[in-house]
Design a protein around this ligand. Structure first.
Ligand code: CAA
Length: 240
């Protein structure tokens, strides 16, 4: 029987590419979204992928949403924690609210997404936890003290879960995308974006599908020895 994969923020940007790639790889996919019902309905019409609405920043919401997914599609065996937001501002201008929103969604959101699924993965003796971090969690980024902190935090979560899950057949890995052609990157002022592209040896932004293929690689049954790793997919912009 097909394994069920849950992709948070799975109807747009990198998440949408991940949902479609996992569907094509034979998974039963559930994609979550936070706001736009119309866009989600369109996504389901176009892809046949079921969508579920909840706020990853809220633990009870996430737990209830995951219970619904599992009752409709079966136990979640692959979780892709992808949902994320930016609230960019230079540190001297960053408000406590901008800081907190990003922490709640990007970092606590990973806890809220993985924690309810973890006991089932332990019981069944199989699981794939894949967290979408960022190049900016590895190197920091002007105006992203909040975002970079969460993306660096993702790497700590993954390395810990890799150790805790290993004896139970669970792997946990992170992917650090560089600058990918999504709405999030297109929201960066054009002049700043051009200067970023100039720092990418490949000479272009990445495509969402170039991140999705990393997810499919890590989600596979025969990826069981890849655990606690960080895959950088950034066009050569930054090496750890
Ligand atoms: N490095 C160095 N200096 C920078 C800079 C950078 N990357 N970006 C902006 N600056 C400088 C400007 O040149 C300007 O300098 P001066 O004051 O000397 O002219 C100053 O910072 C801008 O200051 P402002 O007070 O005018 O800034 P602002 O309050 O208007 O904020 C900004 C502008 C939010 C920083 C805007 O420039 C921006 O969005 N920058 C991009 C940040 C970024 O890269 N975000 C990544 C988003 S994509 C993503 O997050 C996905 C992923 O995982 C990769």
């Amino acid at each position: 029987m097909a394994r069920t994969a849950l992709v948070t923020g799975g109807t747009r940007g990198i998440g949408a590419a991940i949902s479609k790639t996992l569907r094509d790889a034979g998974f039963t996919v559930a994609a979550t979204y936070a706001g736009n019902d119309e866009a989600a309905a369109k996504f389901t019409d176009e892809t046949g992928i079921k969508t579920y609405k909840w706020n990853v920043a809220d633990y009870d919401d996430s737990k209830a949403g995951i219970e619904k997914v599992e009752s409709e599609l079966g136990p979640v065996e692959v979780i892709v924690a992808n949902a994320g937001i930016t609230r960019d501002a230079p540190f001297h201008k960053m408000t406590p609210d901008q800081w907190q929103q990003v922490i709640d969604t990007n970092l606590t959101g990973v806890f809220n997404t993985v924690h309810p699924i973890w006991p089932g993965m332990r019981e069944r003796g199989f699981g794939r936890v894949i967290v979408i971090s960022s190049i900016n969690g590895q190197k920091g980024q002007f105006a992203q003290a909040n975002y970079a902190a969460t993306k660096a935090g993702d790497l700590g979560i993954v390395k810990t879960l890799a150790q805790e899950g290993a004896s139970k057949g669970i792997t946990a890995n992170a992917i650090c995308p560089g600058y990918i052609a999504t709405e999030m990157v297109m929201a960066v002022p054009e002049k700043v974006r051009d200067s970023i592209v100039a720092q990418i040896p490949t000479g272009r932004l990445g495509e969402p599908e170039e991140i999705a293929r990393c997810v499919a690689f890590l989600a596979a049954d025969d990826a069981g020895f890849i655990n606690g790793s960080t895959i950088s997919a950034n066009g050569g912009q930054f090496f750890v």
